[in-house]
Ligand binder design. Structure first.
Ligand SMILES: Cc1cc2nc3c(=O)[nH]c(=O)nc-3n(C[C@H](O)[C@H](O)[C@H](O)COP(=O)(O)OP(=O)(O)OC[C@H]3O[C@@H](n4cnc5c(N)ncnc54)[C@H](O)[C@@H]3O)c2cc1C
Length: 381
């Protein structure tokens, strides 16, 4: 059997993207997932590609987000050719709506900084918003329109990455939990799993919220903690919206077949994935404020997931500073779907010994919280 080039731990959208990108470069990889592929955050996501609408300042995250968003059109075609799966890429714009005067001020500030970097975004009056989206509430004060911020179907994206990797030769092993890392003389040599030992000199930790304890084994402190998000979906024969609507209280993401996803609550430090009536009723109240007609729709279902959050809100991306062959790609918080293509590309580059020339990755260094006091990191792990 051909020797493995890399072991990827975690079959969410990040691990699956890495498996796809490495396989596409001819590397022989294995993807290990302790449950089913995409059974955690990646299946819960609404799939917004909010590279501009969610960002509040110019910086490395804004650059990474835009670079990743730009990869989606080609990716959608490539994944469909390899797997037949349609990732549902829609580029019908995102409206960040203003409910209060404070929202107007914040949105105007966001618009100003987008312009400084030459990104397209514009202010729409309520009248203009209603021309695009007649069902929207007349109580809103206007909105920022970002034409480039689209959306995908997150579960399909995760599955398509993994199936495309498999089509290119990757091994996919579900129900296989990585228990510990194996290394010697400053180099990775493999992992111990619930199903036995696997050997490779490159190991990528892409285990979302659960990455911290594995990294602790290698002496690296990357505090990652869960932020539970609850969502629900409704159905209507005629779609209520064309564009994604984004506000402080909730977002509304129109999917194919007249389905509308409403998300999401945020409860930090909760591994409890129960969907609560409190969470859903709060979301429904916010949704009604934006789209009064939602009350006439048919209930579909509710679900939740755990976003992998970090101390500074930025993912950990890079190689362990002293353990050769150990890479981290985790902590993508509320933007993992958006950031998945670029994350996969970066890891594939590092595995080939290439360094990133366009983006500055310093802010994402994996050892930036190495000296965080134990009590702070400990509370969060
Ligand atoms: C409600 C909600 C809405 C969201 N909406 C959006 C959105 O609109 N746009 C966007 O860009 N992002 C969104 N996100 C964020 C996005 O879902 C996450 O950032 C992304 O899914 C993280 O992917 P991941 O692969 O790192 O983690 P996960 O999907 O959690 O995958 C990690 C995987 O690792 C596995 N694992 C853990 N430990 C081990 C081990 N020891 N051995 C083997 N396997 C292991 C787990 O079982 C899991 O499957 C949302 C998240 C939530 C919860």
């Amino acid at each position: 059997m051909k020797q493995l080039d890399a072991i990827i731990i975690g079959g969410g959208v990040i691990g699956s993207s890495i498996a796809y990108h490495m396989s596409a470069r001819g590397m022989n990889v294995i993807l290990l997932e302790r449950d089913r592929l995409g059974s955690q955050a990646s299946n819960a996501a609404a799939g917004m590609l909010a590279a501009q609408a969610e960002m509040t300042e110019v910086g490395p995250m804004f650059d990474l987000a835009r670079a990743s968003r730009a990869l989606f059109p080609k990716l959608a075609t490539d994944l469909r050719e390899l797997t037949g799966i349609d990732i549902g890429l829609k580029r019908k714009g995102l409206l960040r709506v203003a409910v209060t005067e404070a929202d107007v001020t914040e949105i105007q500030r966001t618009l100003a900084f987008q312009k400084t970097v030459g990104e397209q975004a514009e202010w729409l009056s309520l009248e203009q918003v209603k021309q695009r989206e007649p069902g929207i509430s007349s109580d809103l004060l206007g909105a920022m329109l970002v034409e480039e911020d689209g959306q995908v179907d997150a579960p399909e994206l995760c599955l398509a990455f993994a199936k495309a990797a498999a089509a290119l030769g990757a091994q996919i092993k579900e129900f296989t939990e990585v228990k510990s890392l194996i290394y010697a003389h400053g180099r990775m040599t493999g992992v111990v799993t619930s199903e036995g030992t696997v050997h490779a000199d490159q190991v990528i930790i892409a285990s979302g919220t659960w990455s911290g304890p594995l990294l602790e084994q290698a002496g690296l402190t990357c505090p990652i903690y869960p932020v539970k998000g609850e969502c629900f979906s409704v159905l209507s024969h005629t779609p209520l919206l064309q564009s994604t609507i984004f506000s402080h209280g909730c977002y509304l993401v129109p999917k194919k077949g007249g389905r509308l996803v409403v998300g999401a609550t945020a409860t930090a430090h909760s591994y409890d994935r129960k969907v609560t009536l409190k969470g859903i009723s709060k979301l429904l109240e916010s949704a009604k404020q934006l789209l009064p007609g939602i009350v006439e729709t048919e209930w579909e279902r509710a679900w939740s997931g755990l976003r992998p959050q970090t101390l500074d809100g930025l993912p950990y991306l890079g190689e362990h500073p002293s353990l050769k062959g150990l890479y981290v790609a985790a902590g993508h918080y509320r933007n993992g779907i958006l950031l998945s293509p670029m994350t996969g590309k970066l890891v594939a580059d590092w595995a080939e010994g290439k360094t990133e020339k366009v983006l500055s990755l310093e802010a994402f260094r994996v050892d930036r919280h190495q000296n965080v006091p134990n009590e702070r990191a400990g509370v969060l792990l």
